[in-house]
Design a protein around this ligand. Structure first.
Ligand code: ADP
Ligand code: MG
Length: 250
């Protein structure tokens, strides 16, 4: 579903991604783990054009978002094609990023109305179904400020799903939450995984990586060190950098 090849990205000469390549298959749940500062967020942001890459390529469902020309420069798809590709990807951030001035239901209907040109009436049944799915139908008319962090994050997930993405990107979706609120968000994500949503999840939740992810990817210092089936990753992990990272996590 997504092919990333040799992604390079530097900030002011500081190489943050060093030829990172990764394939995500339809229905796969991939956990990305690694130390803070290893480039996990930047990699996710490069996939959906929140960062501009220096070189490499990203192909989504056969459509090229960006490739590198003979001169070694990244070339992005024309605007309309780029927008169509980016629309296939939903993103959930650590900090929720809900629209504070909109009610929960309006947070969910906003993008389908603005981006897809649907009327409120057209999107409403779907929006309500998504709120029910994340267990927040009774909060439809509440404003984000009145929600707990876990509730905000579940709204953010519903909002991303309202655009009917083919893949969901999560950047540490539970890191800003109090420990007692992470479970409800992880349960929502687990449910999505069970429905075979393709997911790329940057996380420090080793339980989630072990139990829900099919594949675990380890990044360190801007490089992808290992990508393995989850079970194998945790069972026979011999790489010293990964070993010491896991020893510190568990
Ligand atoms: P992770 O998500 O694994 O913690 P990041 O992708 O956020 O890592 O960051 C990787 C490196 O890139 C860090 O050294 C960080 O300081 C740097 N970095 C990230 N974003 C920027 C930016 N916009 N400008 C300059 N440096 C950045
Ligand atoms: Mg990060």
């Amino acid at each position: 579903m997504v092919q990333a090849r040799d992604i390079c990205k530097a900030f002011n000469g500081n190489e943050v991604l060093k030829r990172v390549s990764l394939d995500i298959h339809k229905g796969e749940v991939m956990a990305v783990i690694g130390p803070s500062g290893s480039g996990k967020s930047t990699f996710l942001r490069c996939l959906n054009h929140l960062e501009v890459i220096d070189s490499g390529s990203v192909v989504v469902e056969g459509q090229t978002l960006v490739s590198t020309n003979a001169q070694g420069q990244a070339q992005y798809a024309p605007d309309a094609q780029m927008r169509a590709i980016l629309r296939r990807m939903g993103m959930v951030f650590q900090g929720f990023n809900l629209f504070p001035h909109l009610s929960v239901i309006d947070n969910i209907t906003e993008a389908p109305m603005v981006v897809k040109g649907l009327t409120r009436e057209q999107i409403m049944p779907k929006a309500q179904e998504l709120l029910r799915k994340v267990g927040l139908l009774e909060k439809a008319d509440a404003y984000p400020a009145r929600l707990s962090g876990g509730q905000k994050q579940r709204v953010a997930i519903a909002r991303a799903l309202a655009m009917e993405p083919d893949i969901m990107l999560f950047d540490e979706p539970t890191s800003a939450l109090d420990p007692e609120l992470t479970g409800e968000v992880l349960r929502t994500m687990r449910q999505l995984a069970e429905e075979h949503m393709t997911m790329l999840v940057v996380t420090h939740e080793m339980g989630f990586a072990r139990e829900v992810a099919n594949t675990v990817v380890f990044m360190d210092q801007g490089a992808l060190i290992e990508a393995k089936p989850a079970r194998a990753f945790f069972e026979d992990c011999s790489h010293p950098r990964i070993r010491s990272f896991l020893d510190n996590m568990l």
